[in-house]
Design a protein around this ligand. Sequence first.
Ligand SMILES: [Zn+2]
Length: 77
Amino acid sequence: MSEQVATCPNPNCKASIGNIVVVEDQELLQIGGLLISKVDGVCIKCGKQFHWWATDRLLEAILERLIKKEEKTIEKS
Ligand SMILES: [Zn+2]
């Protein structure tokens, strides 16, 4: 189980919102005592909307892996 910090998407704010926790290849957001798969909220520091959807993150991860694979294939040829 690895951890990384989820921050506000506003580049001028970057307030810490919670921890991203990977459980069995699925990224979940930990805020306080909760593990959350979907969040729609706003940053309490700047008011920027914050959306988190584990399915989106999963798709992102799959795409990232595919892109990396493609890069490796290009390097070889
Ligand atoms: Zn913010």
